[in-house]
Design a protein around this ligand. Sequence first.
Ligand code: ATP
Ligand code: MG
Length: 436
Amino acid sequence: MTQTSHTLIPTPRSIAREDHPISRKSISPGALRVLYRLREAGHGAFLVGGAVRDLLIGLAPKDFDIATDATPEEVKALFRNSRLIGRRFRLAHVVFGREIVEVATFRSNADDGSGDRETHEGGRLLRDNVYGSIEEDAIRRDFTANALYYAIEDFSVRDYVGGFEDVQNRVLKLIGDPEQRYREDPVRMLRAVRLAAKLDFSIAPETATPIPRLAPLLHEAAPARLFEECLKLFLSGHGEASFLGLEQQGLLAVMFPESAAAMANNRSGALRRVVLAGLRNTDARVAADEPVSPAFLFALLLWPAYCHALMGLQASGTHAAEAQRRAADRVTLHQLTTIALPRRFSVPMQEIWLLQTRFPMRQRKRVVRTLSHPRFRAAFDFLVLRDAASGSHAEDVTFWRDAQDDPDHALAVQQSQDASEDTEAAPRRRRRRRRA
Ligand code: ATP
Ligand code: MG
């Protein structure tokens, strides 16, 4: 495909109900109501985007988006339970209890001279609120697999860009000229990696090839948007695959420059192993419907950077506690230039790091204080990961696991162990322990 997204108006293809697996039973009741209602009012009404793609491969969609030729005002008038949102592009949200169905009017990327579409010199899209036809709506989307329309009028799937076949072949392909599409919106590079990880799709060669070269364009993306994208990359159950994809495409070094450098310089590979073990663990928690937290995630992703900064400060003679605080602050500050990690997550993230150095301290008073720290549980889970990656914290893990249930018992066990070590002639160790 060498044509640009503006000139490409492909031949539409309609896949009849008997030739695709999408059943109304797998569409949410709210989305079905909206589709039927729009149709009754004489409008075109289509399920679109991720939902169609997911249903075609047998996944349960996260949300059901609808596209129509009705304007947002017309949609609003049809549904009492709706509200209009968005300044840049107006959408209707139709609310059914806990379900929110997003209804968008077909729009176009084409510059119609109305001044409603502006691009940055680098090709980045700044505004794109121009209504359009369904074909135009299809080609402004990112991947062919995301540009399929399920029509409520005859239950067919409408394909304007070859997405149906690409879904069958499990391949992500950008619509239009890849380089131009990445320049318009660099976050599409992350979306390529994320969707490939989530769907277990490959990335088409022409879609993947420009990524390492264009990766630095991500510096132009809004840090708040990159934060949101990180949560989707790493906290949706496919974090490990996302990480490996980012690494492979040269995106990790742009998103997390200090961590990527620290991992590259870490000859034993232990730092990278901690991150991978943590992401695998996070994926398992998501699969088991257990809660996951952005603070823990970023503690993990920035751990290599923190360790590196800490070693540097300590080597230059900074006192341990001061070095820890400064390393934590420095790493956080530097990372904020790329990814807008909100304070409500960066503060607990730093606490998780700082608690790691408290684990070897076993005087009774300190043990009680560490146990009552609000971040103890997260910090302990973090310690378990570090041990899984290096095997060198087994004793700490055992102690703190016991101490959570019964601190006095754990301390007593520890004392008797120390005593027996002493009688086995380990006087130096004993002295060290007292000073700890
Ligand atoms: P997910 O399963 O993660 O929700 P999704 O494909 O539904 O994946 P959304 O972010 O919900 O992703 O976007 C909905 C649809 O909007 C996409 O399927 C795609 O058609 C379109 N879209 C989203 N982001 C972009 C983008 N950056 N450029 C072009 N089209 C986009
Ligand atoms: Mg979606």
